[in-house]
Every structure is written in C-alpha cells, then in structure tokens.
Design a protein around this ligand. Structure first.
Ligand SMILES: [Zn+2]
Length: 378
C-alpha cells in the first residue's frame, strides 16, 4: 500500500503518527515534502523540528522493518501510559546524537506527552529515565502478547465447536506445557472403557478399532473422547503464545509479525479439497487465498471430531476459525505462500474477539482490515 509505506517512511524520520496520517490524508508524499520550503512545510502542519527532520535528514531514517516491528509489538501504543488514543512517535531511548543507534533495542513507541517528558527539564522528567522506558517497553510487549492469547481464548464461546484437532500436535503441546493428559473430567470414564491408557494416551486396541471407521470419534464413547480432547486443547490455547491475526490479513502482518515456529489464529473463508483415503487417514488440503496471500495446510480428516465435521464443515468452501503453526513463508508468482501446520479448526465461533478490538487500538493498516476476501482455487 502506498499510504502504508509513506506512513512508515514518515515514522522512520521522526514524524509522529498524527502528523503522518494528516499528511497522508492531504495526499502529500515524502518526496513532495522534501521539495518544499520550510515555510510551506510549516503550513502543511509540521512544526519546525519536524520540518528540519525532513529537509536536513541529519539522521538516517530508522530501517522500515524496525519501524514495522516496533509498531506491531507495541500495537502503536505508548508503553508508559498505555493510552491507545494518543498519537505516538518513535523515540530513541538514548539520544541519536549520543548513541548513533537506530537499532530496535534503542527505540520505543511513546505518546507525544511522554515523549515530551523525556526531553523536558522539569522535575517530573527525571522519572522517565532510559532504564524505566526500557523496562516499560519490555512489560508492555509482554502484555500485548498476553492480550493476543486472551483474545484467542475468548473464542471459546458457547455453541462453538472444534471440527478438527491435530492429535499428535495436541499431545506434544500438552507434554511441553506440562498439562496432564490423565487429569481431565472424562479421563476415568475413557480409561475404564480402555479408550485411554493410565497415562492418558489412546490405547492400541482403540486405535486399531477406530482405524476401520471413517473418522476416529465414530464409536460409542466418541462424544466423551471429544470432550476430553477439547478440554486439553482449550488448556493449551490458554497457555500458548498465539498471535491473533483474525482482524488482519496482509503481507505486512505475515512477514513482519510471524516467524517460523510461531502459532497464530485466523478466521475466514477457506477451501477444502479432498484427497486420498487410506486406512485411518484421509488427506484434505485446505487453502485460504486472498490479497495475494495463500495460506495452506493439510489435515487428516479421519481426525474430524464429528460426522458433520467430517462430511460438511471441512469440505468445499467454508468459513473457518483455525490455529496454525507457521512452517515458513515463500513467494511464488507474486503470491506470498504461507506454509503451515494446523493445530485445530473450529466453526460457529460467532465473533472472534481480537486483541485489537479489546485494545481498540489506533492501528496503522485500516485499508488491510476486515478482509474476508475472495478465494481463488488455482
Ligand atoms: Zn504515553
């Protein structure tokens, strides 16, 4: 997006978010700004300091990737007052003149008030020491991560259901997070019927019987087994760091917010393509393609949690909610390929509250929002 890159370029040069938005609204590009006189820049709404930043460029701009990372991690919110409604600026924790340091660790998102405090000489400003700013930044980034996880946890509303749970991944995560498999409400019932062994693993006997079924929950205690796995999955979701991508679907978010190995949640129109059917295995490919981003994963539909999940919810075009693990990103024919492994797929999550809704943050990519876009199966 043109306005998005202008926005980042202005922030990189020390312009605050409100002024940057004002310039973008007035359709003034950075290149145009550079050709204007000081007088004209002042008339565009810049103050003298900002005008000089543009005209003289005494300090190299902050790398754009660093700008994106800072505004993502902080959600464009000041780490000192955490007031989502205040415009912000990217501040050098140790002054550029002293540090010559444009790296992420020396930079922080501050509102204009708190930024003013760091540069003022009165007694209050002594509170905003570089160390305090660094500590506040660390705490806020951690809190943003928690809010993302809470937003995903808040997904778990009455009436929603999981259509697919990746069992190998479920067990692996439960073990990593030290969630006990044999402490769920229905463990004893499933243990006494030899579905689970004493540790909470599926018994070989159960697996060999279930493999003859079209989907693994298709037996007398299927519902109880689903409840057991659901309880484990939801404990995992509450404790896992999951990036909430529900309200965003843009290349910027995928390339700057995610790294391979991270979990993220998304929601939207997706397409399931049926593949080979083997014993205890039925491969289905799932795609979601919109805005030149193609997310894909394969699932074993034998792990569908119910008949309707197996027959209906995971075939053809469906609106899904899913939590995935990022394997990697690549580019092919101008399309960003998002290669993932799926932890779970759900339906009937009537609204997926995003942490950005909770924060009501002034977010910097309005044009990228709310896309539930077109699907291209090619
Ligand atoms: Zn502030």
């Amino acid at each position: 997006m043109k306005s998005e890159s202008t926005y980042h370029a202005l922030l990189a040069r020390g312009i605050d978010s409100a002024t940057a938005n004002h310039l973008i609204d007035s359709k003034i590009s950075l290149n145009k700004l550079k050709t204007l006189s000081l007088d004209k820049l002042l008339r565009c709404g810049l103050n003298e300091n900002q005008a000089n930043l543009i005209l003289k460029e005494e300090r190299p701009p902050i790398p754009i990737e660093t700008v994106k990372k800072l505004i993502f991690e902080s959600r464009s919110i000041c780490c000192i007052c955490r007031d989502r409604n205040k415009p912000f600026i990217i501040h050098h924790i140790i002054d550029w003149e002293k540090s010559r340091d444009n790296s992420e660790k020396n930079l922080v998102v501050l509102c204009l008030n708190d930024h003013g405090e760091t540069h003022s000489k009165h007694s209050l400003s002594q509170n905003l020491t570089p160390q305090l700013i660094k500590d506040s930044k660390t705490k806020w980034i951690k809190r943003v991560g928690e809010l993302d996880s809470e937003a995903v946890s808040n997904l778990l509303v009455e009436g929603s259901r999981w259509d697919y749970i990746n069992h190998a991944r479920l067990i692996e995560l439960a073990n990593n997070l030290q969630i006990q498999l044999n402490k769920t409400k229905l463990f004893e019932t499933l243990f006494s019927h030899k579905v689970l062994d004493h540790r909470g693993y599926l018994t070989q006997d159960f697996i060999s019987k279930a493999k003859r079924k079209p989907y693994m929950y298709d037996f007398g205690f299927g519902l109880q087994l689903y409840e057991h796995h659901k309880e484990l999955l939801e404990s995992i979701i509450k404790r896992l760091q999951i990036v909430d991508l529900k309200s965003t679907w843009s290349k910027t978010q995928f390339t700057t917010w995610l790294k391979p190995g991270m979990f993220f949640a998304f929601q939207g129109a997706s397409y399931f393509k049926k593949g080979k059917k083997l014993i205890g295995k039925e491969i289905r490919e799932c795609y979601r393609q919109a805005k030149k981003i193609k997310l894909s994963f394969t699932i074993n539909a034998w792990e569908a949690t119910s008949c309707s999940a197996w027959v209906d919810s995971m075939s053809g075009h469906k609106s899904i909610t899913a939590i995935c693990f990022l394997r990697g990103l690549s580019k092919r024919n101008g399309i960003l390929q998002v290669n993932t492994s799926c932890l779970c797929i759900g339906s009937y999550f009537k609204s997926f509250p995003s942490s950005r809704d909770q924060l009501n943050a002034i977010f910097s990519y309005p044009e990228e929002f709310g896309n539930d876009g077109m699907i291209d199966n090619n």
